[in-house]
Write a protein that binds this ligand. Structure first.
Ligand code: ADP
Length: 168
């Protein structure tokens, strides 16, 4: 992927359609699954026009949760955060498309749901920072890193027949 992106950065090759676009790792956290918000969340990304590149219901092993949040390991809430992520199944997803990392962050809303705008996922469905329903990668590099961590089996490569209606 990295090589392919390097090629694309220099010149848009004729085969650009087959080069994978930016990806974001998106996860419905255990509270979102328990509350029945999975369909609503998938629907928002589908309707926006992003392409699903991977999807699964998953009982997270503790070491995966620890690795995912390792940058927060010095925070006082780290242990509770890991306990929360492994407390029930999550829905793991990778979404692909132009600007998906930043756009997904906007769709998700601020980390603290009380500060999230109405219309965002956290703004519409959450109250507590420790139960904020959804995760989204914070950079394209982390999108790649997290997709590889959560989908060791790889992503699904497929062509959306509606691509010409969504991309110019
Ligand atoms: P985001 O998920 O918006 O990228 P962070 O990377 O800062 O936010 O934090 C990761 C996750 O850690 C948050 O989504 C939330 O579940 C949890 N978290 C962050 N800050 C707190 C806090 N002060 N207390 C409890 N949990 C927190």
């Amino acid at each position: 992927v990295r090589m392919a992106q390097g090629v694309r950065a220099r010149a848009r090759p004729a085969a650009a359609m087959s080069v994978r676009a930016e990806i974001s790792y998106i996860m419905v956290k255990p509270d979102g699954v328990q509350r029945g918000l999975v369909g609503e969340i998938i629907s928002r990304f589908e309707r926006k026009g992003y392409k699903m590149a991977a999807l699964k219901l998953y009982q997270t092993p503790r070491d995966v949760a620890e690795e995912h949040y390792k940058d927060l390991s010095s925070k006082p809430f780290y242990k509770d955060l890991v306990n929360y992520i492994v407390s029930g199944p999550v829905v793991c997803m990778v979404w692909e498309g132009k600007g998906v990392v930043a756009t997904a962050r906007k769709m998700i809303g601020a980390t603290n749901p009380l500060a999230s705008e109405p219309g965002t996922i956290r703004g519409d469905f959450a109250i507590e920072v420790g139960r904020n329903v959804i995760h989204g990668s914070d950079s394209p590099e982390n999108g790649e890193r997290e997709a590889a961590l959560w989908f060791k089996e790889g992503l699904v490569s497929w062509d959306q027949t509606m691509t010409p209606w969504l991309k110019e």
